[in-house]
Write a protein that binds this ligand. Structure first.
Ligand code: PAF
Length: 285
């Protein structure tokens, strides 16, 4: 039996019982419109924890004023049946009022490079919204482990920083990017794409894969990867680049001209109104 909670009190009461029983708790925070990427997170959580909480909340504070908050896909019934099928113990699907009860509110903000570059530059308040809601969820659910996807590579680094800085007693488990058979990274926003835009968007996975191949062949110039991927994307008439960039991991500092250590090659590209992100890690194996 999967429990569904909509209020903070219901969730807290249940988590109290689970903690009392000494069970390990896996948390999978999502904004719903669940796809195979989320399914992989839920499956991993079910395998490794006694009790799994999936949260479904389209978090308003991580959307900018001109972004897609209102049109973001909401598919609660389908999400509940997928979560149940995958073995989740509890779904928490609160209202915005439940999570943000007052106009005066407390923010959790990771400052510096980590939130200034890449998506932080075009979405300046996004990571403050993410860090705030994830902190609230950590405090409510008290997870042993929390699961996130590598597709949101910058979010991963921001949350790692936050967990360290605020001494959250949780293990972050980062799962690899899940792709469609043709290479498109799974995303709830893929649902917005027209047939032509979706076809054009394949350039992202394709060019990142080729870049990784070039890295394996010995290419190490950061600019060469940026030029190559930008060039491939620019060939697509329907694509408009937000960024194509290489940064060092884990701190997202500018790499030296010649990459060494682990680096992130990340892209954000508009296809029509839809902004997609994708990335790969460049590292010596
Ligand atoms: O990755 C997401 O879907 C969201 O940013 C998250 C972590 C659920 C916070 O709203």
């Amino acid at each position: 039996m999967m429990i569904v909670c909509h209020t903070v009190d219901e969730l807290r009461n249940k988590i109290k019982q689970v903690c009392k029983a000494g069970a390990s708790i896996g948390l999978v925070p999502t904004m719903g419109a669940l796809h195979e990427g989320h399914a992989a997170l839920i499956k991993a959580a079910v395998e490794n924890n006694d009790f799994v909480v999936v949260t479904i909340f389209v978090n308003p504070t991580q959307f900018g004023p001109t972004e897609d908050l209102d049109s973001y896909p909401r598919t609660l019934d389908a999400d509940l049946s997928l979560a149940k099928q995958l073995g989740a113990s509890l779904v928490f699907a609160p209202s915005a009022q439940a999570m943000y009860p007052s106009e005066e509110m407390t923010w959790v903000e990771v400052t510096g490079n980590l939130t200034k570059v890449l998506c932080g530059s075009s979405r300046p308040t996004h990571f403050r919204g993410v860090a705030t809601i994830v902190s609230k969820l950590f405090n409510l659910v008290k997870p042993t482990r929390a699961y996130f996807g590598q597709k949101d590579a910058q979010q991963v680094q921001v949350l790692k920083r936050m967990v360290k800085d605020l001494f959250f007693d949780v293990e972050l488990v980062i799962m690899p990017i899940i792709r469609e058979a043709d290479g498109l990274a799974k995303s709830s926003r893929n649902a917005y794409l027209s047939k032509e835009e979706r076809q054009a968007a394949l350039v992202l996975g394709r060019s990142l894969e080729k870049a990784q191949e070039q890295f394996k062949q010995g290419e190490r110039k950061a600019k060469a990867f940026i030029d190559f991927v930008s060039g491939e994307i620019a060939k697509e008439r329907l694509a408009k680049i937000d960024y194509v960039a290489v940064y060092q991991l884990p701190d997202l500092k500018q790499p030296s001209a010649i990459i060494n250590g682990q680096s992130l090659l990340a892209v954000a590209v508009y296809f029509g109104q839809t902004r997609l992100i994708d990335n790969c890690i460049l590292e010596e194996r």
